[in-house]
Design a protein around this ligand. Structure first.
Ligand SMILES: Cc1ncc(COP(=O)(O)O)c(C=O)c1O
Length: 307
């Protein structure tokens, strides 16, 4: 059960019971919304809650709004402050998932983006692991990733998550932990809600942002940590399906999934069939960074409580 007490709704923090919309809301009917998924991590030694990469997430939300012709009366700085205010009101002393959402709020039958009212809401819930398994067995989905000329992947659009849900459901019902989705061109795109990296011949490889992927915040964090801490260059290039079968290592990254090694793709072991050394190092590094335990990455962590 969610353990949150409040939401930001209609311009103020209100009890969660008051944050309600009509069944006629345009976004509920047509998926006309965009959102973010942000995590905050509790650091018990400092008795502090750190929001990870808060501003980059809010900047991406505003970019999604531009693509979807949505307007809200809040700047990125406002959105960061609202987040801190909401988390302080909740008083969380645990890891948290934060969900800002912009949506077409008019209660009309209208399939369009222009000329409709927009609304902004945010809630946050206590949240542990998104996927419990420490290492993942995955399949290539029979569903293709939506492309930029269908529903833009770089907008984190509510409606596009039907594509993610189809792929994830198929994977789960077939006994896998997660799906890898190919683009319309047959090249590897990403997972249902995470970006994908391979290690091949000592290099880190990931599809470019033109491969119908979400421009992941964690994707950039992984690129920075791999370069600065592991001395690994990042190669952004199209990836063939069968490269998944011959990679030395593979892993997903995303706010929800964090960094998760992949040990099997389509019933073929990845590398030795166990988490590889590079993925394992990144998992450990990431765990320190997000809790504010890496001095050089403190700027990525926004403290919630005044100390
Ligand atoms: C489709 C998709 N790709 C990638 C990601 C990873 O993005 P981020 O690292 O910004 O959370 C997500 C995150 O939720 C996602 O939904």
């Amino acid at each position: 059960m969610p353990n949150n007490k409040y939401a930001f709704f209609n311009g103020e923090i209100v009890p969660i019971e008051q944050a309600r919309v009509s069944v006629m809301t345009n976004a509920l009917n047509y998926g006309t919304g965009c959102f973010e998924g942000i995590r905050a991590y509790w650091n018990p030694d400092e008795e502090q809650l750190f929001v990870f990469q808060l501003r980059p997430h809010m900047e991406r939300l505003l970019r999604s709004c531009r693509i979807l012709m949505m307007q809200i009366p809040h700047s990125a700085d406002d959105l960061c402050q609202i987040t801190v205010d909401l988390l302080r009101a909740e008083g969380f002393r645990e890891d948290v998932y934060i969900r800002p959402l912009v949506y077409k709020s008019d209660e009309t039958i209208a399939v369009r983006l222009n000329g409709l009212a927009d609304a902004f809401t945010m809630f946050a819930v206590g949240f542990g692991q998104y996927i419990d398994a420490g290492a993942l067995r995955v399949c290539v989905s029979s569903w293709r990733r939506i492309d930029d000329n269908i529903i833009p992947s770089r907008a984190k659009a509510s409606g596009s998550y039907l594509n993610s849900a189809l792929a994830k459901t198929e994977a789960l019902l077939n006994g896998y932990d997660e799906a890898i989705v190919l683009g319309a061109d047959g090249q590897v795109s990403e997972a249902s809600a995470a970006n994908l990296f391979l290690v091949r011949n000592g290099a880190l490889v990931t599809p470019p942002i033109t491969s119908d992927v979400l421009e992941g915040i964690t994707r950039q964090v992984v690129a920075d940590l791999a370069r600065d801490r592991l001395g690994l260059p990042l190669v952004e290039r199209p990836i063939d399906r069968t490269e998944l079968y011959v990679a030395d290592e593979a892993f997903f990254c995303g706010t929800g999934v964090e960094i998760k090694p992949i040990v099997e793709v389509d019933r073929r072991p990845v590398g030795a069939g166990a988490p590889g050394p590079i993925a394992s190092q990144l998992v450990d590094l990431y765990a320190d960074v997000v809790r504010g335990r890496s001095p050089e990455h403190r700027a990525w962590c926004t403290p919630v409580y005044e100390r």
